[in-house]
Design a protein around this ligand. Sequence first.
Ligand code: NAG
Ligand code: NAG
Ligand code: NAG
Ligand code: NAG
Length: 485
Amino acid sequence: MNLSSLTHPSSSHILLLFLSIATLQGLKGTLGACHVDDEAGLLGFKSGISQDPSGMLSSWKPGTDCCKWAGVECRIGNRVTTISLYGQPDKPNSFLSGTISPSLVKVQNIDGIYFQDLRNMTGTFPDLLFGLPKLQFVYIRNSKLSGPIPEKIGKLAQLGALSLGGNRFTGSIPNSIAELTQLTQLDLSQNLLTGTIPVGIQHLKSLDLLYLHHNQLSGPIPDFFSSFTELRILKISYNKFTGQIPPSISSLAPTMTYLELGHNSLTGKIPDFLGQFKKLDTLDLSSNRLSGTVPKSFANLTKIFNLDLSRNLLVDPFPLMNVKGIESLDLSYNRLHLNQIPPWVATSPIIYSLKLAGCGLKLNLNDWKPTETYFYDYIDLSDNEISGSPVSLLNRTDYLVGFWASNNQLKFDMGKLRIVKTLKHLDLSKNLVYGNVPKEVTGLEKLNVSSNHLCGQLPATKFPASSFVGNDCLCGPPLSPCKKV
Ligand SMILES: *[C@@H]1O[C@H](CO)[C@@H](O)[C@H](O)[C@H]1NC(C)=O
Ligand SMILES: *[C@@H]1O[C@H](CO)[C@@H](O)[C@H](O)[C@H]1NC(C)=O
Ligand SMILES: *[C@@H]1O[C@H](CO)[C@@H](O)[C@H](O)[C@H]1NC(C)=O
Ligand SMILES: *[C@@H]1O[C@H](CO)[C@@H](O)[C@H](O)[C@H]1NC(C)=O
């Protein structure tokens, strides 16, 4: 089979294509072409867009079949049922500016609106949504919509998913949200919402996912979780919640896979019942004021991949875990004295992030022999009492991105340290490192080797003097010139 006959249509194919376009245009308004109201509604939406630098809507032209426009889908005859417009976050030009035109209400059969990562859409909550009787899925994520979420939001009772994450909505979450009882997904994350979580959310019994993270919500986390039977993913980190982890969270034991309560002001102990969450793969309780010990029941969290308990007030002893493959662990800055890196860390075949800063580690790094080092991206062992050398460890971490080991007693020749191409952050400050600073450090984004015993001429770098001060005899910019011999 000749490949070029597939990619380059022959002239007879082109003729056929012309014929079918002509046929479609002849039948416009009847079979094939989209409904006139839908075309008018979509063109109204387009006229509300002031900037479309990547041409997301360039195929939206009057007189052509709107069912064939980019992002438009007609699943019921010639009626438009979904609009999906996605910006590409990694492309600077891939955004839309403007507002969501009320004329979109003419597209009466819409069941799904997916406006994701359009980044620059402004205006308030689009009230036209209340005029779309078949609407089930609303995803207007990562734009700049602002103002309050309307009190009448409960009128969208047929919604199965509501996602307004990553906008600039203000005010509190309306109580009427309790009327959206069909919701399986509710995402109001990354806005500027204030006030408490409405207790009525407990009526959303079908919720599978609840995202309220990165807002300014406050008060206690309501103790209403016994009403949820399907909830798998709960993210309410980065708010201002106070009080204890509510006891009713225990009823989520059979379903929960992802629990993120970090960066709040939660107090009290980590409840024992979390150890019964057999499916839990991610637990983030970081940056709260949780105290007491980590429950022994954590030994039963055998499926946990990501565990972040950092920056709390947790005390010894830390339980022995039975997890086979931890991927990411952060216990930094509690009141723990682990002495050794836990054995279940060293045996994990898939670990990529290990953060045990300020964990009271007392070991010689030469004696630490993890089974697998290949996947390591981040290692933070700062503020411990670690001696020895990281040379052989870093010789085996081919894709390391960050290594932080400030304020220890590491003693090795820096010239022998392998600095892999992926490495961006290296902090060895306040140790006993000697030798020269190798020229490979020029590729790093951040470097700190201050307060060691380094010597010799510095390679030309962009780093400030504070990256190098407090050594025995380093010289050259940004430090003082080397003495001529
Ligand atoms: C976003 O929208 C504003 C106002 O509509 C406009 O001034 C600005 O140039 C747009 N583009 C970007 C990338 O912010
Ligand atoms: C682990 O779970 C089993 C069965 O549910 C239970 O009997 C045991 O006490 C638990 N272990 C710990 C340390 O809590
Ligand atoms: C680093 O690894 C190379 C092989 O990849 C080996 O030849 C060398 O001896 C190792 N150096 C150290 C200090 O382990
Ligand atoms: C380097 O570390 C020292 C002490 O740990 C700190 O005071 C200094 O600000 C750091 N410099 C940079 C550039 O990070």
